[in-house]
Design a binder for this molecule. Structure first.
Ligand code: AHG
Ligand code: MN
Ligand code: MN
Ligand code: MN
Length: 335
C-alpha cells in the first residue's frame, strides 16, 4: 500500500475518540463485537465475489417468514453472521430477517448486546451481479437477567450503533456509533477496511430520487404528489434524476454520498410498505440522521417508531434534510 493509504489506515485507530470520553467505564466489548461483524462481512464479500464460480447462485429451496424464496446466499450469509455474532461472546439475542423467531444465545456465550440484521440485502440482485449488502443494528441490554423480546421491541432511539456493508464495485463498510458516520473501503490486498470516508455528511439537498415507480398506481396522494414534483417541479428548478438499484444498501449508499431521497412508501396493497423496521428502517434511519439527513415514516420521525413484532414493516422516506422536509410538508397537508 502507498504511504497515503498507510496514513489513512493509521487514522482508523482514532476514528471515534469521543466514545471513550462518553463511556469511560467501557471495556471494549462493542469493539470486539464490531470486529466479529466485520469478519462476517469479509466472509460474505468473498462468497459474493465468487458466487458464480462456487455455485452460490440460485434458490436455496426454502421460503422465509416474509414469504420470500430464500437464495443460497441469503442462507449462507445468515449462517455466517449467526456464527460470527455468537462466537464474539458479546451477544445475548439476535434478530435476523431470515429467522422467524429471535435467537437467544446460549448462556456460556452470552454478552450484553442484541444485534438485529439483514444478512443479505438485495437478494433479487444476487444472480445478476448487481450490488448487494448486509445491514445491522446494535442494542445494549443494561439490566441483569434473561434477555426478552421487549429488550428489542423498543424505539430506534435506543440503538447504540448501526451500519451496513455494501458488496459493490468495491466493498464498503459504513458505521455509526452515535458520533457521526464513517466509511471504510476494503483493501483486498490487506484484507482490512481502511477509513476512506471520515465523518460522512449527506448534502442538504439532492438531485436524485429513488423509488420503485412500478408501484405508482397504488400510492397514496402525498407520495404521488412528491414524485410528480420531482419530475415536473413547479418552482422552476430542474427535474430530479431517477436512480433505483433495488438493493436498499446500494440505494442508501448512493443517497448518503450524492444526496437526494429514497422512498419505500405504503401502497394500497401494502399499507406498511415493504421494508422491515428493526433491520432495515432503523439502522438506515440512524445512519441518515447521524450524517445530517432525516428519516420519516409518513406519520413520524422513523426512529421514534416502536415495533410490536420483530418483523414489523414501515413505509420510509429518508435522505437529504431539505428533500425529506418537502415530503413531510405534503403528509402534514393531508391531516
Ligand atoms: P431483501 O433482499 O433483504 O429481502 O430486501 C429487499 C428490499 C430492499 O433491498 C430493496 O430496497 C427492496 O426490497 C426492493 O423492493 P422492490 O423489488 O419491491 O422494489
Ligand atoms: Mn429477503
Ligand atoms: Mn433487505
Ligand atoms: Mn435480506
Amino acid at each position: 500500500p502507498s504511504i497515503e493509504a498507510m496514513k489513512i489506515a493509521l487514522k482508523v485507530a482514532h476514528v471515534e475518540p469521543c466514545r471513550a470520553c462518553r463511556y469511560p467505564e467501557s471495556r471494549g466489548d462493542l469493539t470486539i463485537l464490531l470486529s466479529h461483524i466485520v469478519l462476517g462481512c469479509k466472509f460474505v464479500c468473498s462468497a459474493v465475489n465468487k458466487a458464480g464460480l462456487a455455485k452460490l447462485i440460485g434458490l436455496a429451496g426454502e421460503t422465509n417468514v416474509q414469504g420470500e424464496e430464500q437464495k443460497k446466499l441469503d442462507v449462507l450469509s445468515n449462517e455466517v453472521f449467526i456464527k460470527a455474532l455468537t462466537s464474539s461472546g458479546r451477544t445475548c439475542m439476535l434478530v435476523s430477517e431470515e429467522d422467524e423467531e429471535a435467537i437467544f444465545v446460549e448462556p456460556s456465550k452470552r454478552g450484553r448486546y442484541i444485534v438485529v440484521f439483514d444478512p443479505l440485502d438485495g437478494s433479487s440482485n444476487i444472480d445478476c451481479g448487481v450490488s448487494i449488502g448486509t445491514i445491522f443494528g446494535i442494542y445494549l441490554v443494561e439490566k441483569n437477567g434473561e434477555p426478552t423480546l421487549d429488550d428489542v421491541l423498543q424505539s430506534g432511539n435506543s440503538m447504540v450503533a448501526a451500519g451496513y456493508c455494501m458488496y459493490g464495485s468495491s466493498c464498503m463498510f459504513v458505521l455509526s456509533t452515535g458520533c457521526g458516520v464513517n466509511g471504510f473501503t476494503l483493501d483486498p490486498s490487506l484484507g482490512e477496511f481502511i477509513l476512506t470516508h471520515p465523518d460522512l455528511k449527506i448534502p442538504t439537498k439532492g438531485k436524485i430520487y429513488s423509488v420503485n415507480e412500478g408501484n405508482a398506481k397504488n400510492w397514496d396522494a402525498p407520495t404521488a404528489k412528491y414524485v410528480e414534483s420531482c419530475k415536473f417541479p413547479k418552482d422552476g428548478s430542474s427535474p430530479k434524476s431517477l436512480r433505483y438499484v433495488g438493493s436498499m444498501v446500494a440505494d442508501i449508499h448512493r443517497t448518503l454520498l450524492y444526496g437526494g431521497i429514497f422512498l419505500y412508501p405504503a401502497d394500497q396493497k401494502n399499507p406498511n410498505g415493504k421494508l422491515r423496521v428493526l433491520y432495515e428502517v432503523f439502522p438506515m434511519s440512524f445512519l441518515m440522521e447521524q450524517a445530517g439527513g432525516q428519516s420519516f415514516t409518513g406519520k413520524q420521525r422513523a426512529l421514534d417508531l416502536v415495533p410490536n413484532m420483530i418483523h414489523d414493516r414501515s413505509p420510509i422516506f429518508l435522505g437529504s434534510y431539505d428533500d425529506v422536509e418537502e415530503i413531510k410538508a405534503l403528509y402534514a397537508g393531508e391531516e
